[in-house]
Design a protein around this ligand. Sequence first.
Ligand code: PEP
Ligand code: MG
Length: 323
Amino acid sequence: DRAALGQFRGRPTRTADGKAVQLYGNIGSVADAQAVAEATGEGVGLFRTEFLFMDRSALPTEAEQFEAYKAAAQLFPAGEVIIRTLDVGGDKDIPYLGLTKEENPFLGFRAVRYCLDRRELFLTQLRALLRASAFGPVKIMLPLVTRLTELRQARALLEVAKGDLDREGIAYNKDIPLGIMVETPAAVLMADALAREAGFFSIGTNDLTQYTMVADRGNPQVAAIGSPFDPAVLRAVRQVIAAGHAGGIPVGMCGEAAADPRLIPVLLSFGLDEFSVGGSSILAARREIARWGKVDADWVAAGAMELETEEEVRAALEESIRP
Ligand code: PEP
Ligand code: MG
C-alpha cells in the first residue's frame, strides 16, 4: 500500500536505501514559486521566464525581471533556483517580439537561437539574472541548445554582462552556474562535449521526445508516437545522464516524465540527481522516490532497457509499480 501523501510534507527526499536526490518544482511565476515552497519542494528546477514576457505589450524591464528572479531566489535560500532564459518561438508566440511566421516553427528561429540574435534583449535578461544571484542560489539555464557554439556564445555574453555590472559596482555571484537543457537529439549526441563546458544538464523530455520521435508534442494524432516510454527516448536519457556524470556535472530532468511514477525507478537507476516536477506533484514524487532502493530500481530499469518497443516498455513499467 502507498503511504499517505501528507507524511511526505517537509521530509527530505530519499530513496528507500537512503540516497538523497533533489526534488524541485517547475514554475512560471513568483506565485508558482510560493506554491512549490508550500509543497516543500527543495528548489526550482525550471523557471519558464517566457511567462514574464507574455500578456503584455512590451518587453519587461531589467528591474521587473530582477524583482521576479530575486523573489523566487529568496524563497529557497538552502536550495537552488534554476532560471531558464527566454524560450520563445515554436508554439510560444509573443506578438511584440516580432517573430516572423515560419513553415516549421519547431525547427526554426526560437529559444537560444533567438536570444543570441537579439543581443540587447538577452543582455538585459542576463543582467537581471546576475543581479538576482546576489540574493539567492540562482543558476542560469539555456533552452533548446543544439550546438556547443551556442553555449560558448551565451557564456561570452554572460561575461559581457558581468563586466558591465563590475564597472557599475553592482553585486552578483561571480561563480553563477551556466547550464543547458538537453532536449534535442543533437545535444544528446554531443553530451560528452557539452558536459565539459556546461555547469549542469537538465533533460527536457517534452521537447526531447518530440524531436527524437519526430512527433509534434501538441498534435493528438501523433501523441502515441511521441511517448517518453519509447526505447529511443529512454536510451537518450540514459546516455545524457552518463555523459553528464562522466563530465562531473549534475543532471536533472524538468520535463513531464520526471513526475511519472512508472519512470521514476528507471530514472533513479540511471542516476538522475534532480527531479523537477509541477508544484502539485511534489509530494507524490517524493513518495515514489522513497519506494525504490537501488537493487529494485536497477532490476526494473535493466528489464525495461532490454525491451525494444514502446508498448512493451510501458507495460513492463506499469507492472513494476503495482502496489
Ligand atoms: C521540455 O521541453 O521538456 C521542457 C521542460 O520545456 P518546455 O516544456 O517549456 O518546452
Ligand atoms: Mg522544452
